[in-house]
Every structure is written in C-alpha cells, then in structure tokens.
Design a protein around this ligand. Structure first.
Ligand code: LHQ
Length: 259
C-alpha cells in the first residue's frame, strides 16, 4: 500500500510498517487513514491471527507530522484527535488479533501512544520512548493518559508525562513498558517469532483473552470473575477446545481453526 504504510501478509501474520523514514515515520493524514482502514480490514480477516506494527528506517514513529499541523487548512486539534487518531487506538484495542509493536527506534508523541495501545511491545536495543507532547505545549493523547499508567503505574506515568525524559529500551524493560529488548538487527525476526507463537494459539480464545484483559482495567473483581466464567463457557464450547484436548491426549501439537 502507498500513503506511508506498507502492508505485508505472510501466512497468519500481517506486518504493518509505518513507511516515511525521511521524517522518522511522522504521521500524516494519508498514513492515519491507511492505518485505520488496514486495522479495520484485518479485524474481520480470519486468516490473520497476529499483527506486527513497526517502523521503516531508524525510527518507530515520531508522532504527528508537525509540518502538516502548520498548514493553513489543518483541522482543529480536537477534531484531528477525535476523527483520525482515536479510531486507530479503538481499532487496535478492539480487534481480536493481538498486535505486537516492534519498536525499532524512537517512539515519540502519538507514536509512543501507538506502541502503548498494542498488546505486546518488544524493543530494539536503541529504541526510546519520548512523551514529546509537552515540549510543544500539548497534552499526551491517543490514549496515552489512560494506557500508560496501566502499563507502568501512576508514578512512572506521571514522570514520563510531566518531565518527558526519553526512556531507553533498557529502562522500558525495567519498568515493564516492554516485555523484551533484543539486538537491533534481531528485532524483526524476534517479532515474527513472537507473532507466530501468538498465531499458533486458538484464535477465539486469544480474542476473548485480549478482550478480558482490556475490560479488567475498568471493572471490579466480582465482575471479572463472572466475565471469565461467561467467556470460558464460550471458549469451552468451541471446536478448538476439543482439538486442544485431543492434541494433549494424543501428544501432538494442536491445529486450531478458529471454530
Ligand atoms: C519530523 C518529526 C515530526 C515532522 C522528526 N514531524 N518531521 C499532535 C497534534 C495533532 C493531533 C494529535 O496528536 C498530536 C500528538 C503528537 O504526536 S505531538 C508530538 C509530535 N512529535 C514530536 O514533537 C516529536 C518531534 N521530533 C523530535 O523531537 C525528534 O525528531 C526526535 C526526538 C523524534 C528524534 O530526534 P533525532 O533522532 O535527532 O532526529 P531529527 O530531529 O534530526 O529528525 C530527523 C528528520 O525527521 C528531520 O527532518 P530533516 O529534514 O531535518 O532531516 C525532522 O524534522 C523529521 N521529523 N519528527 N514529528
């Protein structure tokens, strides 16, 4: 696909690469529209079981393209956020397939938010996260105020948002913002290995698990327990559960179909 987004589907894994390396993959309107459309398309594509989001060149994403904001016809900021960023974040959070951010360099501003909205984050050794919003007199958006405290706790989220020092890959690993740091040259292969492992899971159970983790952030324990019971009823009635039991009994790897 053009518009600064490269889409590759290989087996059960779709890789979305933000592809404007000359501007550190800063997000333009065509990129935002393409990213939203692609996520919404993948959400209903049963052949795709895991997604990798990464950046071309030396950056993951430098956030909003600041040159675009200086155009006389730029939309008001609230409209830009509501209509072009928020749908991307909702799509990432609501699609059944897990999304892995392969953070290959700097993730700044809304670029950091994109990584926060993914289900898993792995980082190259030279990745860094910068809540660059404050430097230009803006607030963290695209879900950052909601997602970041849930990922790293209130104290660290406040420091990242209010002080804004870059967080190195090593520090991100220490505070739980990413789950793995790998050598730069190994990032894409590691992301693919992780995606393949996710894709080997039972798609229905994986989607239900993602949804349960998402809802857990806003409900109490009783609601979570009841929710788990309901979802387990659904997962337990699936053909994939029967296949999982059969595979265990027969000492072989399960072949899940999503049924
Ligand atoms: C860029 C950008 C960029 C354009 C690097 N735009 N060209 C905001 C408004 C609207 C709606 C909703 O939400 C938001 C949320 C946001 O995302 S606000 C935050 C926007 N992002 C930033 O403020 C980050 C700006 N960039 C930087 O601070 C630095 O470039 C970082 C720290 C990311 C990387 O620094 P360096 O590694 O030193 O690279 P660089 O600064 O030399 O950048 C390389 C090129 O990329 C350069 O172009 P040039 O033609 O001079 O080579 C930059 O102008 C361009 N670039 N970020 N956001």
């Amino acid at each position: 696909m053009t518009d600064g987004l490269r889409v590759e589907v290989d087996g059960p894994v779709a890789t979305l690469t933000l592809d404007r390396p000359e501007a550190l993959n800063a997000l333009t309107i065509p990129m935002k529209l393409a990213l939203r459309a692609e996520l919404e398309r993948i959400a209903v594509d049963r052949a795709v079981r895991a997604v990798i989001l990464t950046g071309a060149g030396r950056a993951f994403c430098a956030g909003q393209d600041l040159a675009e904001r200086e155009r006389p016809d730029a939309a008001p900021l609230d409209e830009e956020v509501r209509e072009r960023y928020n749908p991307i974040i909702r799509a990432l959070r609501s699609m059944g397939q897990p999304v892995i951010a392969a953070v290959n360099g700097v993730a700044a501003g809304a670029g950091a938010s994109l990584a926060f909205a993914c289900d898993l984050r792995i980082a190259a050794a030279d990745a860094r996260f910068v809540l660059a919003f404050g430097r230009i007199g803006l607030i963290p958006d695209s879900g950052a105020t909601w997602l970041l405290p849930r990922l790293v706790g209130a104290a660290r989220a406040a420091e990242m948002a209010l002080v804004g020092d870059p967080i190195s890959a090593e520090e991100a690993l220490r505070i739980g913002l990413v789950s793995r740091v790998v050598p730069n040259d190994d990032l894409q292969a590691e992301a693919r290995t992780l995606a393949d492992r996710v894709a080997a899971g039972a798609p229905l159970a994986v989607a239900l698990t993602k949804g349960a983790l998402e809802r857990a952030a806003t409900i109490d324990l009783d609601e979570a327990l009841e929710g788990e019971a309901k979802l387990q009823g659904i997962a337990g009635a699936s053909a994939d559960h029967a296949e999982g039991l059969a595979a265990f009994r027969e000492k072989r790897a399960p072949q899940f179909t999503g049924e």
